[in-house]
Design a protein around this ligand. Structure first.
Ligand code: ATP
Length: 268
């Protein structure tokens, strides 16, 4: 298997509806990626408006970069190759270059397709003299394959990278990613939207003050908020099971220990 995951649009489990608080990013991706891919015939009439061959999503961990990449593929009806950089960067794995070329060939064959590279900086960071020879060759070859997409304006393959450290990226890579989006820690308003989305289908007590929760969770990422809600629900379940101890004697309370952040929420 050359890439870790290949997913067809129908199997991508997330869509724009699963993302809260990032309406601006979604709108820009809709215009720059989804529409040109969905309406290729129309957009092919203009050389000025084509889907970019490279998109960079940058920002702190857990703020929705992977979520956005997958949802973009889903909305645009694109296949999604989640490329494991560890395979390409393992210098002892002599097949890396063949693999890179196979990934691009596959993407072109099954296009429209997004090649998603999480932590792209770990693979395509600034080149320096300490680079292992195989790594340096790998980077050069990867860029050549990528440039091949640019010379073929009919191809609908997009390399989408995500990173927490955009400054570490090679400048040549940055140039190949004309569409760049910062996905930062959510503001209070965004946290409120994320919390509402996460808890939309849950049974939440009327006393829960969403506005207060959003205010108190300054510095939390979307992922932290989700974990907090998950822990709060497990905590609630644990209390319930404790009060019915005999019935649930096999339940392990340790595994349900809420984290510090969850405690902050459930003790409100
Ligand atoms: P990393 O840099 O660690 O790879 P990431 O930025 O790619 O993180 P995701 O993996 O996309 O973050 O997000 C983790 C989880 O957090 C998501 O699966 C989702 O449950 C939740 N989440 C994050 N941001 C949002 C958001 N804006 N709306 C809804 N859920 C979110």
């Amino acid at each position: 298997m050359i890439a870790t995951h290949l997913v067809v649009p129908a199997d991508i489990a997330v869509s724009w509806n699963d993302i809260a608080g990032l309406d601006d990013v979604i709108q820009e991706l809709r215009e720059s990626v989804v529409l040109p891919v969905r309406h290729r015939d129309l957009f092919n009439q203009s050389k000025l408006w084509q889907a970019p061959k490279g998109v960079l999503l940058h920002g702190p961990p857990g703020c929705g970069k992977t979520l956005i990449a997958k949802a973009t593929a889903k909305e645009a009806g694109m296949r999604f190759i989640n490329l494991d950089v560890a395979i390409l960067t393992d210098k002892w794995y002599g097949e890396s270059q063949k693999l890179a070329s196979a990934v691009f060939s596959l993407a072109i064959k099954i296009q429209p397709c997004i090649i998603f590279i999480d932590e792209i900086d770990s693979f395509l960071r600034s080149r320096n003299s300490n680079d292992h020879e195989a790594t340096a060759m790998m980077k050069t070859q990867f860029m050549m394959l990528w440039d091949g997409l640019n010379t073929n304006s009919n191809s609908t393959v997009i390399v989408m990278g995500a990173t927490n450290r955009p400054k570490d990226l090679d400048k040549a890579i940055i140039r190949r990613m004309p569409a760049q989006f910062h996905i930062g820690l959510p503001t209070e308003v965004q946290r409120l939207q994320i919390l509402k989305l996460i808890l939309e289908t849950e049974c939440v007590h009327n006393d829960v003050d969403f506005n207060r929760l959003a205010k108190l969770t300054n510095g939390f990422s979307g992922s932290d908020l989700r974990e907090m809600c998950r822990n709060a629900s497990v905590y609630r379940m644990r209390l319930f099971m404790r009060s019915n101890d005999n019935q649930f004697s096999g339940f392990s309370a340790q595994s349900a220990e809420p984290s510090t952040s969850a405690n902050a929420a459930v003790e409100l």
